[in-house]
Ligand binder design. Structure first.
Ligand code: TYD
Ligand code: MG
Length: 457
């Protein structure tokens, strides 16, 4: 028998090296290489196509796409939304997240619903069948038509899957699986990747929809889901602050829907409950309007979301005043403060600036620029902005207010939540009037925007 070849794989990026080095030459991570045993290269085989059949060249018009009617509903509207409108048969969905965030709970709830329409199989490598049954009972799903399997060896899982022929299968979690083809320990890069590859092949060949649970740790010390991202169709991250009961599922890759789509849940004692109106959740209005607070209409995926941006500006005793941003990019804050100085004559060189997006939301779009500057100025002047004001817009280096995508939806969302005024980029303002009950003030320059926002304060 040939000796298995030994290689070294990076736990950060998955790249392979022939010998151990302290720093991964591909991604630059330190101390991230670990030993993996590579399976001997397989013999040349008959060419096999994507779905297991011999590959053939076809013309596009001949190939029938699966219509949207083929999608399966998970019973959780927010999960269906991030999946792009339900689960696509034969697709592979990676569900990543910190331990304890609620991945098993979410899957159990989804599978229990899917099980009513089609055979489903839940494979657990972390918990015993009794633990799963206990959780199902707590969730009120004790009678759900769900098939369970406690198994950690991929070959055995596939054997059962072939016999059971489920339409939906969940693996909880991919890090606990191992294949006998490799000698390395479960959880190592090689094992995770090879186990996943076998499962993905099975899913594509049989049209089974597959959920893979993957733990991510802050340090990325486990062979994380990152090495799997390119192998799957959809990558969902399940996030939530410890201590908060709200959970957010975010699509970071989706071959069957929009990315950055967001689903919001609340963890209750009866499992995860959907939150279908997240604006109301992230926006807790103050009794009285306070300085330094501005409501921003941001966008998560295709959905507009109202969030509160807060700033605190205080005299600095440091030679290098502090710039702190939570939920926003700090470099962008620095840039915006420079624009404020140049185009509005407001200098903050002797002030510390702290910025926060309330509710732990991360805002990555430039549409937050105007809200940031208004919050900063409101805090500096100790003057509250009007209570019914919502804003959005990008601020350019020349002091111009630039349009952002999704203007009409943002305005509608603001109107829906009772906002009466909006300061927005001119190109985003509707031609006629505005949304119901919302007075829209189109602005082109930063000076105009500041005047419009503070005028009625
Ligand atoms: P779990 O789904 O086991 O997390 P993961 O699979 O991502 O590791 O969820 C664990 C947490 O959820 C745990 O702290 C308890 C909490 N939880 C509830 O609050 N209510 C419930 O009904 C359930 C089942 C769990
Ligand atoms: Mg779990």
């Amino acid at each position: 028998m040939a000796r298995p070849r030994v290689a070294y794989a990076c736990t950060e990026c998955g790249a392979r090296q022939g010998r151990w080095v302290g720093r991964c030459p591909d991604c630059g991570a330190w101390n991230s290489l670990e030993e993996v045993v590579e399976a001997p290269a397989p013999r040349a085989r008959r060419t096999v196509g994507y779905a297991g059949e011999a590959a053939q060249v076809r013309s596009l018009a001949e190939v029938r796409p699966e219509g949207d009617t083929a999608r399966l509903a998970t019973g959780l509207g927010e999960l269906d939304r991030v999946l792009g409108g339900g689960l696509v048969p034969g697709s592979v969905v990676l569900l990543g997240g910190d331990p304890g965030v609620g991945k098993s709970t979410l899957l159990l709830q989804a599978l229990a619903h899917l099980g009513r329409e089609a055979p489903v199989l839940y494979v657990t490598g972390e918990e015993s069948l009794r633990q799963v049954a206990l959780r199902a009972q707590r969730l009120g799903l004790g009678e759900a038509p769900l098939r369970l399997l406690a198994e950690t060896q991929v070959e055995a899982v596939l054997e059962h899957a072939t016999r059971e022929a489920p339409r939906v299968m969940a693996i909880d979690s991919i890090q606990t699986l191992h294949t006998e083809a490799l000698a390395s320990a479960p959880g190592s890069v090689g094992q995770v990747r090879e186990s996943a590859a076998r499962l993905v092949r099975h899913a594509k060949a049989t049209g089974t929809a597959l959920f893979l649970v993957g733990h991510v740790t802050k340090e990325g010390s486990l062979a994380g889901p990152r090495v799997l991202e390119h192998m799957v169709d959809t990558v969902l991250y399940f996030e939530g602050d410890t201590g908060s009961r709200f959970r957010v599922v975010r699509a970071v890759k989706n071959r069957f829907g929009a990315v950055n789509e967001l689903g919001v849940f609340a963890m209750t004692d009866a499992g995860l409950r959907e939150v279908s109106n997240p604006s109301a959740l992230f926006l807790q209005r103050h009794e009285r309007q306070v300085p330094g607070s501005v409501v921003l209409v941001t966008r998560e995926g295709t959905r507009p979301l109202l969030v509160e941006v807060q700033a605190l500006v205080a005299p600095s005793h440091l030679g290098n005043p502090r710039r702190v941003a939570v939920g926003l990019e700090v470099q962008r804050l620095g840039m915006l403060l420079a624009v404020l100085q140049r185009h509005a004559g407001v200098s903050l060189h002797d002030q510390d600036v702290f910025l926060n997006v309330v509710g732990g939301v991360r805002v990555e779009e430039t549409a937050a620029d105007l809200a940031v500057l208004l919050a900063v100025l409101s805090s500096l002047r100790d003057r509250p902005l009007p209570r019914e004001l919502a804003v959005f817009g990008e601020v350019g280096l020349a002091g111009e207010i630039r349009p952002v995508p999704g203007g009409p939806e943002r305005l509608r969302e603001a109107a829906k939540h009772g906002f009466r005024q909006a300061v927005v980029p001119r190109a985003n303002a509707p031609r006629s009037g505005g949304a119901a009950g919302l007075a829209v003030r189109p602005v082109r320059r930063l000076e105009e925007a500041l005047a419009a926002a503070f005028e009625e304060a």
